[in-house]
Design a protein around this ligand. Sequence first.
Ligand code: BES
Ligand code: ZN
Ligand code: ZN
Length: 488
Amino acid sequence: MGQILFNSTLDSKIPAVVVVFKKDDGLMWAQAQEGFPKDVLTRAKEDGLKGSTGSTLLIRPDQGKPAARLLLVGAGSRKEADLHVLRRLAAKAAHWALEAKPKALAFLVPNELGSYVEEAQAIVEGLILGGYRFQKHQSKAEPVALPPKILLVGPAVARKSIEEGIRRGEIFAQAANFSRDLINEPPSLKTPETLGRIAKSLAGKGIRATVFNKAQLKRLKMNALLGVNRGSAHPPVLVHLHYKPVGRARKRIAIVGKGITFDSGGLSLKTADGMMTMKYDMAGSSIVFGVFQALAKLRPDVEVHGIAPITENMPGHDAYKPGDVVRAYNGKSIEVLNTDAEGRVVLSDALSYAAKLPVDEIIDAATLTGAATIALGRSYAALMSNNQSLVDRLQSAAEKSGEKMWRLPLEPAYRDHIRSKVADLKNIGNAGEAGTIIGGLFLEEFVDGKPWAHLDIASCGWSGDGAVWGAPGAVGVMVRTFLHHILN
Ligand code: BES
Ligand code: ZN
Ligand code: ZN
């Protein structure tokens, strides 16, 4: 990665990104650029820039002032623009830079849509998230990347604030991109053992990493995770990361993430199409990894546990079978009627384990149900919770990150749907009925009444066309939201 720095002036040789708003009769500069020549806007309008959100135009102002090249990015009307719009515009600017490959890029902090800290953070996040490409397995000689030098330009009095925003933006977005790298990695190259090693590499700086191997999982009686693992040639792990602040912790949080490194469905085999993207079934666990990478740098006064049950879900000669019964870590027995509903099975152990830790709340993230996409489409995570205050605080964190979640009810009447005739619970409900909620109700059985929230990210975790940040594949969703939630 290159450098992102504060600068108090534009350099005429460095292309500068500037925000423009749409007005009834044309365009207007953002506050920080108010002294800029009006004729640039007139020309931009003539060249067809309307200023609607995400529209861009590269223009070469006369005499090269204020810069030889200006990339005008439309932010829509001033009333409707906000920090999320700014983040997306920065991503657009990153896409331009990946193509045009300037040696450096300047971005004028608009001083219009939030504080300097917030604006700088949003811009830097947008640039880094928009500048992400997964190229590690492509043999191209020269990978595309952001310019080695990026300047955030603002007044000298705002230096401290803009530098703080840059620092936070880098930490947040790099954590999300780390999560994306793990998700995009081919499934056979990220076996549970490999991810366990990555977890170990996150240790240090207040973070302890424990990776339970198969023998230890047997001793702990994590028979649900072991059950799902039985069809796989690779042994499972359960990762437990623990960040403890130096002083007294203000709050204690456990985050839990589903880590199915590949979901074939097991004996209840998916279709060929259905498993095409199933390397992203460990997106929940990759959120845990991303968050801990950032915690090492942010070092908040909050204690955080990160737990990830990790295994493949494969058919194999010893695979768990429809009709099998497994007993989870908290003692509840589960009748497995569909081996493809494996996420809730591995999470039953992980959540029971989290519920025994001295924490104030538990939040899990999981690519749990295809039904989440049916219900909400790709823009929302499905949120379910037994605690209103936790819901409110998560929603306010999501408001800051620009990620969206929509609450679904944990309808008590549907609990009957997962009652088994031979065990305490069965792992599926009624076909075609509230699949996402059923997943949530199942998980609720393992949190021992603790304040808990479940995010089903099967919907928003993957973007086949790259519509979210420009790179097809992993979105890196919820890493930044979780970080805001932890820091709040
Ligand atoms: N990993 C899948 C859910 C999924 C589907 C995520 C599509 C992303 C995209 C999960 O393990 C699964 O297969 N769930 C089943 C549950 C069903 C059998 C009750 C599903 O959604 O069909
Ligand atoms: Zn599945
Ligand atoms: Zn799955």
